[in-house]
Design a protein around this ligand. Sequence first.
Ligand code: SF4
Length: 409
Amino acid sequence: MSFPLPIRPLRNARLLGLEPVGAASGADASDLSGPEIIEIAEVAGVRGRGGAGFPLAVKLRSVASAAGSARYVIANGEEGEPASVKDRFLSRERPELVLHGLALAARAVGADRAYAYVSDLVAARRLAEARGGDLMDVVRVTPGYVAGEETAVVRAVGGGPALPTAKPPRPWQAGLDGAPTLVSNVETLAQLALAVRLGPDAYRRLGTPESAGTFLVTLSGAWAAPALYEVPYGVPLREPVTAHLGTADGVTGVLAGGFAGGLLPPSALDLPLTHAALAGAGSTLGCGAFVLLAGDCPVAVAADVAAFFDRENARQCGPCVKGTAGVAGVLADLTVGAATWSDVARLERWAQALAGRGNCATPDAVTVLVGSLFRRHGDLVGEHLAGECGRCAVSHVTADTRFRIYLEE
Ligand code: SF4
């Protein structure tokens, strides 16, 4: 395993090691039947890259075997996660790979129609230019944190608002027009295309038995401009961080797996990048986004992230509307030394009560955030209650956009 792999630049991002389209050996996709494509996804061990890491073959099989005659597939490139750039990168720079994966998924489930769903203008244009035939539409949505949630995707492609709905049913059971619908992240689909091109054995040569292949990691924060890396699953986080920053010394914490993964201490740098390892640390690999903290006050970081969740929550589930706003308010007060013990007690109660209480995972993300703050940085919470925090004294928290990555249009 070689690391780092070759580099591709994109403004402030770099992508390593994706096989150029057509250059890899392996099966000719045009000869493959639906069951053969599913078999390749299974043997290769392709897992979702959007957040949950769910086995793709299981999803494909569920849609292919669901009752009903119509079926749909949707490539989900709506990257609501502010610390991630990979889906926009792939949709902009490798649209043919994404669309090849989408075509394979459509054949695997016997879909009548396929959609690519993005908010990024450049990505929408590139996908539209790269599409072949008329069985695929590009749907552009207003950007939003919840707009990429799978039920919001189905709703928006169907012409409704990009807001999550209660589950069940899940889209694979009843999605677009009530028909079984596969909603799959654009990187997952690109990985399916790679697995078919390389063949499952070669695909598995990188990564671990549990998490096969490579995946895209967005690194941001600390003292370097954000960048995108492709790494094999299983390498310690320290490796891409060192390649990115020159040294991991000075990294004082990590916002892991994106905004939904919580705050981890610097020892997280030695975690292998696998779903199991990050879950074992009380976090998630999520969409592969890692915000590196270098002296930032974890309380202030948590306040920033909670403010983001409060601003982005869809205001349609009571517990989330009240709870997320409440958490954000207390954390903002705590940051400036204005919170009380009873405020913190409410924070702890919300951290218990909000999990699983909404149509989407935003309340769960809030509980992970608050839980990780108390678990790892309870001492700092105490310092803020006393009105003194050495770290805040030397940093200036301004708004909830500190950790967001922007791309030029
Ligand atoms: S849980 Fe929150 S963010 Fe998710 S749909 Fe409900 S109100 Fe919106």
